[in-house]
Design a protein around this ligand. Sequence first.
Ligand SMILES: [Zn+2]
Ligand SMILES: [Zn+2]
Length: 351
Amino acid sequence: MRPEDILAPTPAGLCCKLGGFYIDPTRPVERALITHAHSDHARAGHGAVLATPETLDLMRLRYGENFAGATQPAAYRESMKLGGVTATFHPAGHVLGSAQIAVEVDGQRVVASGDYKNVPDPTCAPFELVPCDVFITEATFALPVFRHGDPDGEIAKLLRSVALFPERAHLVGAYSLGKAQRVIALLRQAGYDAPIYLHGAMESITRYYASRGIALGELRPVRGASKAELAGTITLCPPSSLKDIWARRFPDPLTAFASGWMRVRARARQYGVELPLVISDHADWDGLIATIAATGAGEIWVTHGQEDALVHWCGTRGLKARPLDIVGYGDEDEEAALAPQGQRENGGENS
Ligand SMILES: [Zn+2]
Ligand SMILES: [Zn+2]
């Protein structure tokens, strides 16, 4: 059996005919298996959705109770028979509830990893290596220039700035699902115990994370806080709000942005960010190639970003590799959405 007979790239996403489902379909389908709740992977309107309980909850929070005809929770590492295949969800280390989905037929295993990172994150289960024959990988930061470094060092940078400018409000731009909660958890790990303020757009998701036992400390809505109260504080907000009229309620705001793209100075300048923080929920170049090698897969399918460099690297290692041209991945929730224009145009998700 060819791997394409197990999972076939189609315009609607990865299709498993034998199992009667799609993985992260970009259009409404009868049955969808969803890797994680970022909105380019998790769309509303499918007949049935199979995903981790956290992903289902997060989809419910974003789309409402009736986001799918039916839902079924999938526990990590619990194999399920679906038609002629076996499907198993494994932690992807990307955001709360994120999963890689392994699809197996006759001892042949294809792993669709969705988005992933192989570094510790206090807000989600760690990435689990799943040996496989074909590994489907994202490529958001698949250029050797992208090395994310140590997130604790970036958090220390933020805390130094807060200590240095006690009169200013620190605004940290971060994606509302995953990144914002990770930044808060990292601040708490670093010993910061003052209340942290939240933009309205991230309140419900952040409270959901807290309800799952993730230590986020005291959280307050920005809504209703006086200008004086906000001096010397840290507020998390969507990156788009940094330049908004919304930011004017803060006393002398100092803007930070937590993203893997902050490695690129021009990008930080483009967003008018004073304090770039290199913190990413995607694997960096070293993480991608180490993971690919460790899966033992002989064949790599690349989606979602800078496919060319990764396909080329696989070639130099004697691995069979191809880009998957699936349109529709990457959106405002995600760092993938910030890919440079040229790159976003040539291929797949990036468009
Ligand atoms: Zn994602
Ligand atoms: Zn993605």
